[in-house]
Design a protein. Structure first.
Length: 244
């Protein structure tokens, strides 16, 4: 499927869009969280007609782009330096790094604590940003095990009523997925999900548990998900905005 590009001017804004021809009867215009305008057009519609459709929807497109713009940058690259913020359960906490002389004594304080809106971290005076990152990720992993288990137990009762076999829960870093359910009954969650609000974690858990009844993402699956969690689209949208 070939993709083409176009653009129109709206006031001072230049709206670029990509479009492709697909086997469908209607033209779809979508605005993604990164503000990209993506169009799927029926076979045979030429660029001139597509441009006319975009012009008709340009005010709506501009409003959607403005809505997503308020969340930019979604997740700026982390430097693991004092003063920057890091997410935990949907809230931002500022990182405060206390550097101590490694020969300062035998006191064994917790290297990282969450105190009054701050990630309070204690490291050796010569600790690098990679070492700071490692301390934070270890803290995330420990708390992810606890919070994900809470979410799992919170979401499971609905499926338990259906006499389904309860999956095993495990954590594994995944590049492009928040969760998965294997054919062997193992529910895997991405530790990075701990940065999202609880309601978004519940959405990912519920989504994967729905696969116990339906393996694919077709209409039957969406019907099941809608029944269990009627506001799943809002939760999914919130997750994508915050952690994309």
């Amino acid at each position: 499927m070939n993709s083409f590009r176009g653009a129109i001017a709206f006031g001072k804004e230049n709206i670029e869009f990509s479009f492709s021809h697909v086997d469908r009867k209607t033209l779809e215009i979508a605005v993604h969280p990164d503000q990209a305008v993506v169009i799927k057009a029926p076979l045979g519609i030429d660029i001139g007609e597509i441009q006319k459709r975009v012009v008709k929807r340009v005010r709506w497109i501009s409003r959607q782009r403005e809505f997503f713009r308020q969340f930019q940058p979604l997740t700026p690259p982390r430097q693991y330096l004092g003063g920057e913020t890091h997410l935990y359960l949907g809230r931002r906490y500022r990182l405060k790094i206390n550097r101590e002389n490694q020969n300062a004594g035998a006191r064994q304080a917790a290297p990282l604590r969450l105190v009054r809106g701050y990630f309070q971290m204690t490291v050796n005076g010569n600790a690098t940003s990679d070492q700071v990152k490692a301390v934070l990720e270890k803290w995330y992993a420990v708390h992810a095990k606890i919070k994900f288990r809470e979410s799992f137990e919170h979401c499971w009762p609905h499926f338990e009523k259906l006499s389904l076999t309860k999956p095993q829960l495990q954590l594994r870093t995944m590049k492009k997925r928040w969760g998965s359910l294997s054919g062997k009954g193992i529910l895997t969650l991405n530790p990075d999900l701990i940065r999202a609000p609880r309601e978004c974690i519940d959405y990912v858990v519920t989504h994967e548990l729905c696969h116990l009844q339906n393996k694919n993402h077709g209409h039957d699956f969406l019907r099941i998900l809608e029944k269990v969690m009627p506001d799943w689209k809002r939760r999914k949208h919130k997750l994508e905005l915050l952690l994309s």
